[in-house]
Design a protein around this ligand. Structure first.
Ligand code: ATP
Length: 230
């Protein structure tokens, strides 16, 4: 689905990704793991073509996208749920969700699936986005991304800073989107148990390079201890 070949990324002169080659299989969840500052968010920005300068090849379904600006990558089918969620506080829930439609490929309407997955949003379409809790805003960011009708969704630590009861709902939504609807996902995650539950493949980052990758069964405790213990 997505393929990176010899990709390097830079913030100015800072070399944040070094010679990254990775295949993201269609219809599966690939977990991107590693300690803070190792390049996970930079990988998602590199796929989206935002905030970083990159070299190397990125293909979506066999077509080169590395030369495209961010909005054309969104049109091509990549949706991004960033860390911090980037909800517009003064816009209503409905307006925030519809922002995704302007970025994406589909009609300018909220897909019924987004409202079915997140009943709270369906019941509060007119509330301002800014009054929602962190977990509700994460649901809103997921609904916004779904409205773009993506082929692949990039998720940056969707459970970070969220209360446990809402984490379960978000996990259930991610699992359903993948298993029932076959959505391909790239999931940056610190929670190893969640990554093991939901992902079929992983890539472990250290200092901007992939140090281990493969099927999730290869993510042994020894691998986690080696690269994620503090
Ligand atoms: N906007 C930026 N400008 C300059 N350097 C940056 C910028 N964003 C990240 N970096 C640097 O790039 C490297 C990789 O950061 P990145 O955010 O990708 O790590 P991460 O693994 O996602 O960590 P975290 O979990 O803390 O977000 C770090 O050395 C970081 O300091």
């Amino acid at each position: 689905m997505l393929k990176l070949t010899h990709v390097d990324s830079y913030y100015g002169r800072s070399h944040a990704l070094q010679d990254v080659s990775l295949h993201i299989p269609a219809g599966q969840v690939t977990a991107i793991l590693g300690r803070n500052g190792m390049g996970k968010t930079t990988l998602l920005r590199t796929l989206m073509g935002s905030m970083v300068q990159s070299t190397g090849a990125i293909e979506l379904e066999g077509r080169r996208i590395d030369g495209l600006p961010t909005h054309q990558r969104a049109r091509a089918g990549i949706a991004y749920v960033p860390q911090g969620r980037e909800i517009i506080a003064d816009f209503s829930v409905q307006q925030n969700i519809l922002m995704g439609a302007f970025a994406g490929r589909g009609p300018r309407a909220i897909p019924p699936l987004a409202l079915e997955l997140f009943p709270y949003l369906a019941a509060n379409l007119q509330r301002p986005g800014g009054v929602l809790s962190g977990g509700q805003q994460q649901q809103l960011a997921l609904a916004r991304a779904l409205t773009a009708q993506p082929k692949v969704m990039l998720l940056d630590e969707p459970n970070e800073g969220i209360q446990p009861s809402v984490v379960e709902e978000i996990e259930a939504a991610i699992t359903r989107l993948n298993r029932e609807f076959g959505l391909t996902m790239v999931l940056v995650e610190q929670n190893i148990d969640f990554a093991r539950r939901v992902a079929s493949h992983f890539a472990m980052f250290e200092k901007g390079t992939i140090v281990e990758s493969g099927p999730i069964a290869a993510l042994t405790d020894a691998v986690v201890d080696r690269h994620m213990a503090f």
